[in-house]
Ligand binder design. Structure first.
Ligand SMILES: [Zn+2]
Length: 64
């Protein structure tokens, strides 16, 4: 499940939220209840550790 980073333009509240792709993006700040939340794309501190991220199991010689 991807984690999204949001920030409220009204009060500056900064939070991350794990949402599935089908979930609607958050627009209302959970702290000040204003519709001032926008998505932050450059999440500091997120590192994808190389090995295992690309998992190719598209079967070579897989038997049914
Ligand atoms: Zn707020």
């Amino acid at each position: 499940m991807p984690t999204y980073h949001y920030r409220c333009k009204n009060c500056g509240y900064d939070f991350t939220l794990a949402q599935s792709f089908s979930d609607d993006p958050i627009t209302v700040c959970p702290q000040c209840k204003q519709e001032q939340v926008h998505k932050v794309y450059s999440v500091a501190g997120v590192t994808f550790k190389g090995s295992g991220f690309y998992h190719t199991d598209s079967g070579s010689g897989a038997s049914h």
